[in-house]
Ligand binder design. Structure first.
Ligand code: VGL
Ligand code: ZN
Length: 206
């Protein structure tokens, strides 16, 4: 059967790496792995979390609330984060170690101040598409492989949407790192992904 694949590199940005504003433990460790595997893919898409200063996922835009509090935002549960990945800032840039020369599409998400967008496919309202699903479909891509940051947020929601939208979906576990807040959130995400038929593999199995 004719099969075309894509690599989705999720949010490998300075702010999610150890020196950043919302650091993911060992976030930069995924970079050499991602650089090594890029040549296996027909298309490579890299996402950037790309927020305006007034984004409502930032705790500082909710007086009296603290980082990691949860609120309801337009009827959707929202974790409040430190200010991160502000559009055009150093923190929003790809980590300089990530090789982006072979990236075909750079997709930015989270730019609507009212809605967060963990998934590369849909905003958190589960209605507003980013355009990625139809981009992949027009290229006849049927398999997607996910890597990057963070395992339990943007990678997780992107993977769930990928299967929901009909793609055969793989998580490259060694090429991901997570926030792990709240406690066990990485393991819970992995369990949910397995249940939804997302295949969790190591990059060496490619
Ligand atoms: C992310 C929290 C807030 C992610 C983005 O890239 O996983 N997490 N914004
Ligand atoms: Zn964000």
């Amino acid at each position: 059967m004719h099969e075309l694949n894509a690599l989705l590199i999720i949010d490998v940005q300075n702010d999610f790496c150890p020196e950043g504003k919302l650091p993911v433990k060992d976030g930069d460790k995924v970079i050499p792995i991602i650089n090594r595997i890029q040549n296996r893919f027909y298309r490579i898409i890299a996402t950037q979390d790309w927020h305006p200063e007034n984004h409502l996922s930032f705790a500082k835009n909710h007086p009296g609330k603290k980082v990691y509090d949860t609120i309801e935002l337009n009827g959707i549960k929202q974790t409040l984060w430190p200010v991160h990945c502000v559009a055009g800032t150093e923190g929003a840039r790809f980590h300089p170690g990530l090789n982006t020369n072979s990236v075909h599409l750079i997709l930015r998400k989270g730019f609507n101040p009212q809605i967060d967008s963990y998934s590369a496919f849909m905003e958190n309202d589960k209605k507003t598409h980013t355009g990625l699903a139809n981009y992949l479909r027009e290229l006849n891509i049927n398999k997607v492989y996910l890597c990057g940051l963070a395992t339990d947020y943007c990678v997780f929601y992107s993977a769930l949407d990928a299967v929901k939208l009909g793609f055969e979906t793989y998580l490259l576990i060694d090429a991901c790192r997570g926030v792990d807040f709240p406690e066990n959130s990485i393991n819970n995400a992995l369990t949910t992904m397995r249940r939804r038929n997302i295949k969790i593999i190591n990059s060496h199995e490619l």
